[in-house]
Design a protein around this ligand. Sequence first.
Ligand code: SF4
Length: 94
Amino acid sequence: MDMPAVTRCTAESCAYNQAQTCHALAITIGDPQHAQCDTFYSAPVAGGDPSAVGHVGACKMSECQHNVNLECQAPEIQVGAQADIVECLTYQPA
Ligand code: SF4
């Protein structure tokens, strides 16, 4: 299994975000009631590897069409701020 890349994330207040790009090596999605980004962290320090693009390490949204064994198998995902939570915009309920 390959980990899908996070090709865009609009949560610019996240410590792992620079210029709408996620730099956490592996994020976790799902709480598991909502497809929220569990890795989102608002902090005054920069997180992650600035030379790396974030990937989905695990996802608890088992009912998503892209989910296989609690791993994401979408070609790529996008993450964004919706209302007051940061969530996977690629989530597709079965
Ligand atoms: S596309 Fe579906 S399986 Fe992939 S991270 Fe988003 S919610 Fe999880």
